[in-house]
Design a protein around this ligand. Structure first.
Ligand SMILES: *Cc1c(COP(=O)(O)O)cnc(C)c1O
Length: 446
């Protein structure tokens, strides 16, 4: 899977490469973005797949409400609030020294119930789908059953014979571990070196086996994959390749559509929607963006955000080499405070899939993620983990560096009516001492 010397020398003729290597913050506009209607039918996934995933989550809702009482108020749907953040928008405008027209919102997946990050969408979905498949095949369940039967000792004993295995930088492990242990599965999480101690401790307290690795994310995934091959009745959650994860994330778009309606926010040709999504391996932001394109077509403009130290999706899409290249191949260290985004090699399928759908990718330095963590806390009393803050400067990027994009898509006159959504991907489960340390680090920077 390694890159050849020839490909590498070719890459050095690309003008962005030296800027990536120097860890400059930059905005890359995707030249392959295509009119959605014209390519919709050629995609390997479609609206029916999203609807199918949404129906599955609806079938499971009574079980979720019973197994996780904190979801009872949302009737077993694991969903997060959409919040206006006008004070943060004002502060961002001040630090950027430009006006930021339109309205900025935050999609608070940081506060999703059960596992406190965007992984509570894809990760939980894939485990539920696997559990459903097993329980139906064994005759315990059909699609019209009351799924609360899954919350009984008999079913837990059944699932105990089956294993779930995953490799993770932390949050995916957390969501897979929590839901799998609740269902009764035997579950092992392979954690990369960046994974936080509290995440490992929390999983162990729930009976999850945590294997710690000295290497980065890609190695942890590889080890998990190997273990799964040697374990009978094992299901490997493949963060680098899984379409189930991707579809679990995509359901967010249907939910957001409803929330926008409730807030009377219009999205159409005159009222564009910009969405900024922190990107690690790509499944989370890719799934959400795919769902959004399905719902809003060319009226939504999706941008990924990556750390300057881990711009794997940018490098893969920009070079066209996708998972054939890692950031380490061009001398970038993949070391960042944004542990959820500390991924050196992108997903094998997300980058290719996103080629006609994604508007662009920008990068953010660790220092700025810390500064924004403090800014958001000071202005909106919202505490997020560093990864999630990568979404916040999206509005600045598009308005300060994105004029070519706005011009090309005839958006220049429409920005007063634009809606911007910063996707806050994680943070509510971070222990308060750890969150205080993040804040102190930020204070020392300013
Ligand atoms: C995992 C994660 C992401 C990105 O999701 P990918 O599927 O890895 O691209 C973003 N933010 C946080 C906090 C995460 O845990």
């Amino acid at each position: 899977m390694s890159i050849t010397a020839e490909q590498l020398s070719l890459l050095h003729t690309h003008s962005l490469t030296p800027h990536l290597q120097k860890l400059h913050e930059l905005l890359w506009l995707n030249p392959r973005l295509t009119n959605f209607k014209s390519i919709q039918d050629s995609l390997v996934l479609n609206g029916a797949n999203i609807e199918d995933a949404a129906s599955r989550l609806t079938r499971f809702a009574p079980y979720i409400a019973a197994a996780f009482p904190e979801t009872a108020i949302s009737h077993g749907l694991i969903e997060s609030p959409l919040r206006a953040i006008p004070n943060a928008q004002h502060a961002l405008s001040r630090i950027a020294g430009i006006s930021l027209p339109g309205k900025l919102w935050m999609k608070c997946d940081s506060h999703l119930p059960v596992s406190g990050s965007i992984k509570a969408r894809g990760g939980i979905y894939e485990v539920l789908k696997h559990a459903e498949t097993l329980a139906i095949a064994a005759g315990f369940l059909d699609k019209n059953s009351d799924y609360r039967i899954l919350n009984t000792p008999e079913l837990r004993d059944f699932f105990f014979k089956h294993s779930i295995i995953v490799g993770s930088t932390g949050n995916l492990g957390l969501s897979i571990g929590i839901i799998s242990a609740k269902l009764g599965f035997t579950v092992t999480v392979h954690m990369s070196a960046d994974a936080r101690q509290w995440k490992k401790d929390l999983l162990r307290s729930k009976g999850v086996t945590v294997v710690e690795h000295a290497d980065d994310y890609s190695k942890a995934v590889e080890q998990g994959r190997e273990q799964a091959k040697q374990t009978p009745l094992a299901h490997f959650i493949d963060d680098e390749n899984s379409q189930d994860l991707f579809l679990g994330y995509s359901v967010a778009a249907l939910r957001l559509q409803k929330q926008l309606k409730e807030q009377q926010i219009i999205v159409d040709e005159e009222h564009p929607l910009f969405v900024y999504l922190p990107c690690g391996v790509g499944g989370g932001p890719g799934g959400v963006a795919f769902g959004l394109k399905h719902v809003f077509g060319d009226n939504v403009h999706c941008f990924f955000a990556e750390p300057t130290h881990s711009p794997c999706m940018l490098l893969g899409m920009y070079s066209g080499l996708h998972d054939q290249i890692s950031v380490q191949d061009i001398g970038i260290d993949n070391k960042t405070c944004a542990d959820g985004l500390a991924v050196g090699r992108p997903s094998a399928f997300v980058g290719k899939f996103m080629e006609p759908l994604l508007s662009g990718i920008y990068t953010v330095s660790d220092e700025n993620m810390y500064r924004l963590l403090k800014l958001l806390k000071d202005t909106e009393q919202l505490s997020l983990e560093p990864s999630a803050l990568a979404s916040l400067p999206g509005i600045i990027n598009i308005l300060s560096k994105g004029s070519a994009y706005l011009k090309q898509h005839k958006l220049e006159d429409k920005m007063e009516h634009a809606t911007h959504i910063s996707w806050a991907t994680g943070g509510s489960m971070v222990p308060s001492e750890e969150q205080n340390r993040y804040y102190q680090t930020a204070t020392q920077l300013t």
